[in-house]
Design a binder for this molecule. Structure first.
Ligand SMILES: Nc1ncnc2c1ncn2[C@@H]1O[C@H](COP(=O)(O)OP(=O)(O)O)[C@@H](O)[C@H]1O
Ligand SMILES: [Mg+2]
Length: 398
């Protein structure tokens, strides 16, 4: 049996603690309830920092620092805030600090149960965002620019942050690098999937794609051995991603440098395209061309986002220069760190695993949070009137 999930109730309110205890008692033996703690308790004595835990915190307007502290110290925990009539600003600040859910007070049992069930599924890795899958394609029409580094680390961090199922797809059928970056020898490769499109359902995908270590990341790449490439049609690519979208909360696609039929169909189907560039004139000119092409393809300007790789603050060309040239905001900058990248590539593990405190790893983590925040934001907005929804949108603007 899976280990019990610790539940820590931080509240001075006896009735509230009693009520939560009662609700939890209906789940025989699934939870280890830790009661009688106060705001000043040191939780390190009660649980291990890696334990799966749920914190229910009855909160005041100025609890943001407190929430952030717990979020930073207990990476496997989920924080649920309980507050009477929370307003929009409070909710946004709490979520930014690390809270996963907000419960109104007095607690409604059905809301409490829904949140608990969702967290249980997240802990077991079976949670699938009901709303929509977000498909992110990392593209550039130049090689060696950082697409594979970004796609693989972003996918890994998305899985770690959200605990939801994430698919990482290497669309480069012939010379893909993902297997090398992550030291994988997949038993089933992407060509196999395209030959068996009629079989693709959730069970099939989850059992044939390569689960990465003990995370919720599933990888699909071609075998490390060279194979002659086959022609893939728009219809096949569409069917393939439609099946994946039903199964995963996020799909991250690594591409090669060509604008062929399979890449364009993939770009069409994506919710976000990260157009990767480095800061030099030839690369930026290429980027301009791609933006022009995306416009011709009718993509919304929000769909295409600029991502600068290997950024150096003291570079001759700065991020504002790039924005002026491309007439578009830069979405994210990944710093230059040759040694961290090379050390991890040579070991066949991701930078975020090999050197999690390096500036590049922090940057990939931030990017994953930003991308996952948008899903959060969409869910959040639905709970508000259109006017408040717009406010939330503005505060969390990306
Ligand atoms: N942020 C970075 N800082 C320094 N070197 C990087 C960075 N990102 C990628 N690289 C290096 O650039 C090279 C190409 O990266 P890769 O991800 O394979 O690019 P692509 O997939 O676009 O061909 C690799 O050797 C990698 O180590
Ligand atoms: Mg690559």
């Amino acid at each position: 049996m899976a280990e019990k999930i610790s539940v820590i109730i931080v509240s001075q309110n006896d009735r509230l603690r009693e009520l939560i205890g009662m609700f939890l008692n209906e789940y025989e033996n699934e939870f280890n309830i830790i009661d009688g703690v106060s705001l000043s308790s040191d939780f390190n004595y009660l649980i291990d920092k890696n334990d799966r835990a749920i914190f229910f915190i009855e909160s005041t307007d100025d609890s943001t620092e407190y929430i952030k502290n717990i979020y930073d110290n207990f990476s496997n925990s989920k924080i649920v805030i309980i507050k009477e009539n929370p307003d929009v600003t409070f909710i946004v600040n709490a979520i930014k600090a690390g809270a996963k859910e907000i419960l109104g007070y007095p607690i409604i049992k059905s809301e409490f149960t829904a949140i608990l069930e969702k967290i249980k599924l997240q802990f077991s890795g079976e949670y699938k965002n009901q709303d929509k899958c977000k498909m992110i394609t990392v593209f550039s029409n130049k090689g060696g620019i950082g697409k594979t580094s970004i796609a693989s680390n972003l996918a890994y961090e998305l899985a770690q942050t959200t605990k939801e199922n994430v698919a990482l797809i290497d669309l480069n059928f012939q010379f893909g690098d993902i297997t090398a970056f992550m030291d994988l020898q997949p038993s089933f490769d992407i060509s196999y999937m395209f030959d068996n499109l009629n079989l693709l359902n959730n069970d099939f995908l989850l059992s044939t794609m390569e689960k990465y270590k003990d995370t919720s990341l599933y990888v699909l790449a071609d075998s490390p051995y060279f194979k002659p490439s086959k022609k893939i049609t728009t219809k096949q690519v569409t069917k393939f991603f439609e099946a994946l979208k039903k199964c995963f909360s996020y799909i991250v696609v690594d591409t090669d440098n060509t604008f062929d039929e399979k890449t364009i169909t993939t770009l069409d189907l994506s919710d976000i395209i990260f157009l990767v560039t480095i800061v030099n004139l030839p690369a930026l000119r290429n980027c301009q061309r791609c933006l022009g092409l995306f416009e011709k393809l009718g993509y919304d300007s929000k769909k295409t986002q600029i991502l600068i790789n290997r950024y150096m603050e003291n570079d001759e060309i700065t991020a504002p220069d790039v924005e002026n040239l491309l007439k578009k905001k830069v979405y994210w900058k990944v710093p230059n760190n040759y040694f961290a990248l090379m050390a991890s590539i040579n070991k066949g593990i991701l930078v975020t695993e090999n050197n999690p405190t390096s500036n590049v790893a922090e940057s990939y983590k931030g990017l994953a949070l930003q991308v996952s925040d948008s899903v959060f934001r969409n869910n959040l907005i639905k709970k508000f009137s259109p006017e408040d929804g717009r406010r939330v949108n503005k505060i969390l603007e990306i």
